[in-house]
Ligand binder design. Structure first.
Ligand SMILES: Nc1ncnc2c1ncn2[C@@H]1O[C@H](COP(=O)(O)OP(=O)(O)OP(=O)(O)O)[C@@H](O)[C@H]1O
Ligand SMILES: [Mg+2]
Length: 624
């Protein structure tokens, strides 16, 4: 570690502290006032103790009798100072605690808010475990030094006061102070310099350990069914072991420095007594002064550590702050326009793709992005149903994501009712279009909450209408508590098909004018799937009238569509009705037939859990 980088850490750490002070100036002022009050009283108490010893105790010992009035005065003074010190400590601690926890809460909110603003592509590059640790331990680490900061600032003021009072007492004793205090400071700086890389490493490993833990809990099913428990445990233990070693390295350094920091002021006291004894003999100082100064060194030892605490936490704070800032400064959030769609408009929407091209960002920056869509043009006319058909990996989910603006096209335009979706206001598109994703996500909440998602104006009747359209009313009615049934984390208490229908009902409850179904009923019985689509196309009982873009495989479902778009390698290869395509496009006929055969073979049943979002790795390859 070069001194440049450690000065860097010090400088950057101080600027993080500066930011904290700028954000919470009033609380900081309260805490520092408490701390300065405390510091002043510490100095005062040293001089009072000196006075008690020099002016009360020594004369009393010499005379053999105790002056009651002097003792009462000394006791009263010490008591008064103690009370004021308590007030000072109270103000400092309360202020520091407020400041630290407020900052933590504020930054947790900012980080999670930012996560929601950042585009899908950013999330795909960042592991969930890392995100958790950004919002949690990194935010905490960034604001750790806030707790001792007011104490340290008060101590600095106190040190200046102490040195001044030393000079006022005796220059020789002042020189001892001038030797000890800077040495303490230097030791603290050295401490934080050596600590920096160790803390940064520990902080990074914390994130990695939480990342691995998250992944193995998430993939518990795979781990268990594949019998990978031992390997998964080993993978976790290896990283947990590294974290342990990193923390031990931190502890070892602390073990070396803490005693040194503890000892130095005691050595100072010793030096004061030696030098003071000479000065006393020379008649340069009084007993009162010697006792005061010796006592001063003893009581200063503890507060000076506060400076060390701040400096020792700075590297961790900088490491945490850097990781937090990486999130806050991440760019690429969706920009919205100012065209608002009428939320009450009941008419089905028109969706148009015009020459749309899209490439996912490469995993590593220097690699080129791979184009997954090119020159894709099609229209879903108002009230019509268009089916997207294509082999796995051909870009269907990508088109679905573009249609609801989870991502923006690199070339071309996506339009809703003729308006470029990038020009719509933030809420407009979400109010008008709903995507039912390939992998259903169910919240750990009631059926009702999963359908309404707290959107206003969705009464229980509307929930039932949506459930009925999604062919989910039957199984929900059979649940023990109906709409109030808790469905467990990620809907673990539901079957795959039930989960899919619940997410479909959620989309329908918002009365979307455009419905994008990305293979959203794959785990549902084929007849039920066709019934759902038929119901959506001709809604009764007050259901929404929506235009539908549906990713589908099953003949019965595809046959219901007004038009079929056939996709291969991110290009529209053919379009027409199902019958036309069957007759004219060889690849299309092969795909639909292969899928039908796979459906009847129970070994190759598709379930939504096997399908990963926007990725094709685990699904059966129906066309190859
Ligand atoms: N996040 C991503 N990063 C990089 N490439 C991706 C990403 N998601 C998808 N792809 C690639 O983009 C292509 C299109 O993927 P997409 O998910 O749109 O296919 P799909 O037609 O929906 O497939 P499936 O039928 O399997 O769901 C594939 O080659 C896939 O590997
Ligand atoms: Mg897909």
């Amino acid at each position: 570690m070069t001194s440049r980088t450690s000065r860097d850490v010090l400088g950057r750490g101080l600027s993080v502290l500066g930011r904290a002070i700028r954000e919470q100036p009033r609380i900081f002022a309260v805490a520092v006032t408490g701390s300065v009050l405390f510091g002043g009283l510490v100095i005062a108490s040293a001089y009072i103790v000196g006075a008690v010893v020099g002016d009360v105790v020594v004369p009393a010992v010499e005379r053999g009798s105790v002056g009651v009035a002097a003792v009462a005065l000394a006791a009263g003074a010490l008591f008064g100072i103690s009370v004021l010190r308590v007030v000072g400590i109270f103000g400092r601690r309360l202020g520091a605690g407020y400041m630290q926890f407020r900052l933590q809460a504020a930054y947790r909110r900012r980080v999670t808010r930012r996560y929601l603003d950042l585009p899908l592509s950013w999330h795909q590059r960042n592991a969930t475990g890392t995100l958790l640790s950004n919002a949690n331990s990194d935010v905490e680490a960034a604001w750790y030094p806030i707790a001792p900061l007011p104490f340290a600032v008060g101590t600095l003021v106190m040190l200046v006061g102490a040195v001044a009072s030393l000079f006022a007492t005796d220059w020789a004793l002042a020189l001892v102070g001038l030797a000890v205090f800077p040495a303490l400071f230097a030791l603290n700086v050295l401490y934080s310099r050596w600590m920096a890389p160790r803390q940064a490493r520990a902080q990074r490993l914390r994130a990695e350990v939480s990342g691995i833990a998250h992944e193995s809990f998430d993939g518990a099913l795979v781990v268990k069914t594949m019998g990978r428990e031992a390997q998964e445990t080993a993978r976790f233990s290896a990283r947990a072991g590294e974290l342990r070693d990193a923390l031990i390295a931190v502890g070892r350094l602390r073990g070396v420095f803490d005693p040194m920091l503890e000892t130095l002021p005691s050595l100072g006291t010793l030096a004061v007594l030696v030098v003071g004894a000479f000065r006393l003999r020379q008649g340069a100082i009084t007993v009162t002064e010697l006792v005061s100064v010796a006592f001063l060194f003893t009581v200063l030892a503890f507060p000076v550590r506060a400076i060390g605490w701040v400096l020792a936490e700075l590297p961790r704070s900088v490491a945490g702050w850097d990781r937090v800032r990486r999130v806050l400064d991440a760019t690429g959030e969706m920009r919205y326009g100012d065209v608002a769609l009428d939320p009450a408009d009941p008419a089905p929407a028109t969706l148009t793709f015009a020459d749309v091209g899209f490439a996912y960002e490469p995993a590593e920056a220097h690699l080129p992005g791979v184009e997954v869509l090119g020159e894709v043009s099609f229209t879903v006319p108002a009230g019509k149903t268009v089916a997207l058909v294509g082999p796995t990996g051909s870009g269907k989910s990508t088109i679905a994501a573009l249609a609801v603006r989870l991502v923006d096209p690199h070339t071309g335009v996506v339009r809703l009712d003729g308006v470029d979706v990038r020009r719509l206001t933030a809420g407009s598109l979400a109010g008008a279009a709903a995507l039912v994703a390939q992998v259903p996500f169910v919240f750990d909440d009631t059926v009702r909450a999963n359908v309404t998602l707290d959107r206003p104006g969705i009464a229980d009747e509307d929930v039932w209408v949506a459930l009925r359209l999604a062919e989910a009313d039957g199984f929900v009615a059979a649940l023990p508590d109906g709409l109030d049934t808790m469905v467990g984390e990620r809907g673990t208490s539901l079957s795959g098909g039930q989960r899919q229908r619940l997410t479909l009902a959620r989309a329908l409850a918002g009365r979307p004018r455009l419905l994008v179904l990305d293979d959203a009923t794959s785990a549902v019985d084929p007849r039920v799937e066709a019934a759902i689509l038929a119901g959506l196309r001709a809604p009764t009982a007050g259901g929404p009238a929506a235009s539908i873009l549906v990713v589908a495989y099953r003949r019965a479902t595809i046959a219901l569509a007004d038009e079929v778009i056939y996709l291969e390698h991110g290009r529209v290869l053919a379009r027409g009705t199902h019958t036309e395509l069957l007759a004219t496009v060889a690849g299309y006929a092969d795909l639909v037939t292969a899928y039908e055969q796979a459906e009847t073979d129970p070994k190759q049943q598709r379930t939504p859990d096997e399908a990963t979002p926007l990725a094709s790795g685990l699904e059966i390859e129906v066309d190859r």
